[in-house]
Ligand binder design. Structure first.
Ligand code: DGI
Ligand code: FE
Ligand code: FE
Ligand code: FE
Length: 187
């Protein structure tokens, strides 16, 4: 599947803003892949599909979680956490994408996880730093992304947890597992 084919698949499923975000994530991820020696093709494919399931109706996502090999505890947490895991299932079922690295990067792009692969970190970071985003503290993360991928993923994970705690949101275990594991890697 080439870039143009993927773009034609995803565009109808996304809002204009989300589609443009997706293209920027892909461009950012390809840049990180070059910098850190990862496959540009996998970085691009995973990024283009990362928010593919974002606008599926909640009942459809719920059904996909219930009827596939996905953790049922997702249903106890905010539905914002569902589109990564659901997207990883849909791209295999609908387009035959079986590459476990690509599926994993899509699956974990919102939370991260313990033992993130380079590709997981690239999509996780690119989603956060893509040039359309703007919030306090982001410049520091963008600068770190030019130097050290693990430290950058750690910052994204830390910032996400701080943000969620400030909103009194519940935090999914994988989100903590990502932070703990990245912290261990830095020490
Ligand atoms: O889909 P995007 O908006 O591009 O970005 P995303 O999928 O990385 O994140 C969507 C939101 O999910 C973001 O505001 C942070 C939030 N999030 C990440 N981890 C958790 C979480 N929300 C809750 N409630 N719990 C988490 O553990
Ligand atoms: Fe997302
Ligand atoms: Fe993200
Ligand atoms: Fe995104």
């Amino acid at each position: 599947m080439n870039r143009q084919e993927v773009i034609e698949i995803i565009e109808p499923h996304l809002t204009k803003e989300r589609f443009e975000h997706t293209l920027r994530v892909a461009e950012t991820a390809v840049g990180l892949a070059k910098m850190y020696g990862e496959s540009k093709e996998k970085a691009e494919l995973a990024s283009l599909f990362h928010d593919y399931a974002k606008y599926r109706p909640l009942d459809e996502m719920e059904r996909i979680i219930k009827t596939n090999y996905l953790p049922k505890d997702l249903l106890q947490y905010h539905h914002e956490l569902w589109h990564g895991p659901v997207g990883s299932i849909l791209i295999e079922q609908e387009y035959g994408i079986v590459d476990e690295e690509v599926k994993s990067a899509i699956y974990y792009h919102t939370t991260g996880r313990s033992n993130m692969t380079k590709l997981d970190m690239i999509v996780f970071v690119a989603d956060y730093i893509e040039p359309g985003r703007s919030f306090p503290g982001l410049e520091e993360v963008r600068e770190k992304a030019q130097e050290d991928l693990v430290q950058t993923a750690w910052m994204v994970s830390r910032n996400t947890i701080s943000f969620l705690m400030s909103k009194h949101s519940r935090i999914y275990p994988d989100t903590f597992h990502a932070y703990n594991d990245l912290t261990k890697q830095l020490n």
